[in-house]
Design a protein around this ligand. Structure first.
Ligand code: FES
Length: 126
């Protein structure tokens, strides 16, 4: 396959939902210990579902493109939906990843699972 899918190229060159929500209802940050890429998500929630999401990312085109795709994709999801996301689903959602980029999907899964954990944590108990 091509080095990057059309979806990754579109979101890398025209990223959606970049930034950080002030006073978010939940947030999560992860970093890959090998490549060093980092992703930070902040979300706002209504009726138990994500209604707004923003990302900050530092790393490769696949990590940035994936983070942008994820922020649009997770709107409407609740913590149980986030916890069910796996690497195969992310890979399919971003239009495929080359073999050397498969850990980009793992980074996305890790940040979504961390976000699910944060959403499940009662406010004020951190
Ligand atoms: Fe590691 Fe991009 S090079 S996630």
């Amino acid at each position: 396959m091509a080095r990057f899918s059309d979806e990754i190229i579109e979101h890398f060159t025209h990223p959606k939902n970049v930034g950080e929500l002030p006073e978010p209802d939940a947030d999560a940050s992860v970093a890959d210990p090998v490549c060093g890429d980092q992703v930070h998500l902040t979300v706002r929630v209504g009726d138990g579902r994500i209604c707004e999401a923003r990302f900050l990312a530092h790393g490769c085109a696949a990590a940035l493109g994936t983070a942008s795709i994820v922020t649009a994709w997770i709107v409407g999801m609740g913590p149980e939906d986030l916890a069910r996301v796996d690497e195969a689903t992310v890979t399919q959602r971003v239009g495929g990843l080359a073999p050397g980029q498969s850990h980009c999907a793992r980074l996305a899964v890790e940040v979504l699972h961390a976000l699910a954990d944060d959403l499940r944590t009662p406010q004020g108990s951190e």
